[in-house]
Design a protein around this ligand. Sequence first.
Ligand code: ADP
Length: 397
Amino acid sequence: MAQRLVLVVNCGSSSIKFALRREGSSAALLSGLAEQLESPKAILHWHTTDGKQSQALSPGGHADAMASLLPLIDEYADQPLSAVGHRVVHGGEHFTGAALINPEVIAAIEANAPLAPLHNPANLIGIRAAQAVLPQIPHVAIFDTAFHQSMPPYAYRYALPDELYAVHGVRRYGFHGTSHQYVTQQAALLRGWPATQGAWLSAHLGNGCSNCAVLDGSSLDTSMGLTPLEGLVMGTRSGDVDPNLHAHLGRTLGWDLPRIERLLNRESGLLGLSGLSNDMRELEQARKDGHDGAKLAIEVFCYRLARSLAGLAVALPRLDGLIFTGGIGENSALTRALTLKHLGILGLQVDPDANSNLPRGEAGNIEAAGSTTILVIPTDEERQIAEESLHLLDASN
Ligand code: ADP
């Protein structure tokens, strides 16, 4: 029998990202994006082995967009779908793994909405729209936070009064769990070990960035916290700042909380430091052209990344390897080289040729002789969501 098919759905407030994945395969049969939903510019883009295509959508929103996927799925699926896997951002403490979607699961995702007010409601819109057009298929929720539920309390608690945790859920949750889990499994497989073996540090560097310490398949600590703002310097997010910054800006500039939230989430990070761009490619070019802001932004990004990795290393009993992934981690040899300059303390030494010559899109080792392993591994969150959805169905049958 042909390997099973899963539709992977990642729904935002005005977009739906989707992919039709075959079990065990590293390539999507069909992938695309419906965007600018609920506007006259609503459009569907998709990509297959036949190339890229687009089609205007009615301004009817997520339900219409989801319905317009059905003929495409029919065209490229050679068997009925076995599952629809939905990415959901925040599972709080309720979800420690994938969940078969039913009314109780939907209620729990709703209950976690205060922790992810922009994302969870949008994810629910996607779940409802997909269930409406594919009612006979099992729908599975995969949470960005679930992988990190294995963190011990000393890693996930803030030094705040207990009531804020016990009553209001204020703790570190972590995100990017699907990616950290996927790349650490791939790292183990590349070593010839079972997928859940090894002591790894993983750096997921995209527009959002986070690090994770993983031991034998379990997250022990990660750099993001209650929200994805904590930790590393990111495209437009500041990462860690002095928590008193809020009070300081309020007192000295009269800024209110929405203004400060915008500053820290949208105007900071690489963009704020460089005064130029949140895009690492652009910054690398500007740095070459002598732009001081771009140079500083990249230096701060790499130093703070290295400092976080060195801090997370204490969560592990030993280090079997460091993994770079995400758009920056996979493609920016400069970022990897500048970060690794600070990490000799962990026994990590980069081979400059291997680092610069790694073929785009491929996994490979970039450590020098005698160094602890350093890997670049392309992440594939959609594949992980598809595989986890099928594992859950197999386990519940
Ligand atoms: P997202 O978090 O939105 O999925 P990505 O993982 O695609 O983001 O990462 C986007 C980042 O990757 C951008 O900063 C982009 O500039 C960077 N990037 C992509 N390709 C390269 C490259 N060849 N060199 C340096 N940076 C790159």
